[in-house]
Ligand binder design. Structure first.
Ligand SMILES: Nc1ncnc2c1ncn2[C@@H]1O[C@H](COP(=O)(O)OP(=O)(O)OP(=O)(O)O)[C@@H](O)[C@H]1O
Length: 327
């Protein structure tokens, strides 16, 4: 039986800047089940990293508005004070592999020690016990235990990325958030890391939120897909359904823009640019670029239910809305 691990309701995070508020995450709701991988797709700047950082509470100082509920298991983690969140949730129940974190390993500390560190800090384990556990996790992510005593500069990019993944997994969190974990790597290394993630999901029952702009790689792991646009999720659906029959016009155009082998039609780029997050348009945020725009798009569409666990933020899918309808 499936069981909800993470429930996010109306999450919003705006940054304060001299030019005004940047509405990087603006009313996002979704859930993730145990042992499920949700892939968050979206163009650069749409708010994907901000979503990850908001969930994990690793935010810069210039946070303006923050609201919404985050429930992990049966704990409303968004209501916990920082200190309790750090002690009880961060890294132990929910871990984050930040964008480019493989380049942020400490250059003067052996990688085994770095991976073992969270167990020493969070659980007070001895160095020896923590290193023994680090060796197990190295095997899980496909790094030979011979590498435990090496320094980061002695490892390839792919190996460093696996080490960072091991660090996220060491305390056996129920949820791991990965922000563009393979974008700097070659395709074979990407595929091998995706396979390791699939195995971990199956064997440990870990849930993943994988953030990426790479449709092809993400399809390997995805059970569900959320497509983000200008701070909002425009569609959330089962992966098979999303890839075969995307419902939102942006999803359809995104899928048509992905080059495929054996495809007769040429991939079509999406014309135009996403709106500014300083002052996003009042109606549908995709309307400017949408070939199906009609009068109702001047009003902001809600995330409309469209079958089981499928939501689409588009008036075309409101039962009573049709193109040509001026209401
Ligand atoms: N600390 C900050 N202060 C102000 N604005 C910020 C800050 N961090 C990010 N932004 C802005 O918030 C928006 C969302 O950024 P974010 O990094 O979350 O997007 P992204 O989808 O992860 O992009 P990418 O794929 O390029 O990393 C962008 O307009 C970005 O310029």
């Amino acid at each position: 039986m499936s069981e909800t691990l993470l429930r996010v309701e109306e999450l919003a995070l705006h940054y304060r800047t001299r030019q005004g508020a940047v509405r990087a995450v603006d009313g996002i709701s979704f859930d993730v089940e145990r042992s499920e991988a949700l892939v968050v797709l979206g163009e650069s700047g749409c708010g994907k990293s901000t979503l990850a950082k908001t969930l994990m509470r690793v935010l810069p100082r210039n946070v303006g508005h923050r609201s919404g509920r985050i429930v992990l298991g049966d704990v409303e983690v968004s209501a916990l004070p920082d200190e309790r969140f750090r002690r009880e949730v961060q890294w132990s129940r929910m871990a984050l592999v930040m964008q480019a974190s493989m380049n942020a390993l400490n250059p003067v500390v052996r990688v085994g020690e770095q991976v073992a560190e969270p167990l020493r800090v969070l659980r007070g384990w001895s160095r020896r016990r923590a290193l023994a556990r680090a060796a197990e996790v190295f095997e899980l992510v496909g790094v030979s235990t011979d590498f435990l005593a090496r320094y980061p500069f002695e490892l390839s990019g792919g190996m460093r990325q696996r080490v960072v993944l091991a660090m996220a997994l060491i305390a056996e969190p129920e949820l791991v958030i990965l922000d563009e974990p393979t974008s700097a790597l070659d395709v074979l290394t990407q595929a091998s890391i995706m396979n390791a993630l699939k195995r971990i999901k199956r064997e440990l029952g870990t849930s993943f939120i994988l953030i990426t702009h790479d449709v092809a790689t993400s399809s390997e792991l995805a059970d569900r897909v959320a497509l983000m646009y200008a701070g909002q999720f425009v569609e959330v659906a089962d992966a098979a359904r999303f890839f075969a029959e995307p419902a939102h016009p942006y999803s359809q155009m995104l899928m048509a823009s992905v080059p495929r082998l054996h495809q007769r039609l040429r991939p079509e780029p999406i014309p135009g640019q996403p709106p500014s997050l300083f002052d996003p348009p009042g109606g549908c945020r995709f309307a400017e670029r949408c070939p199906h725009r009609f009068a109702r798009c001047d009003r902001e569409p809600p995330a409309l239910p469209f079958g089981d666990r499928h939501r689409v933020r588009c008036w075309l899918h409101a039962d009573d809305a049709q193109p040509g309808d001026d209401s």
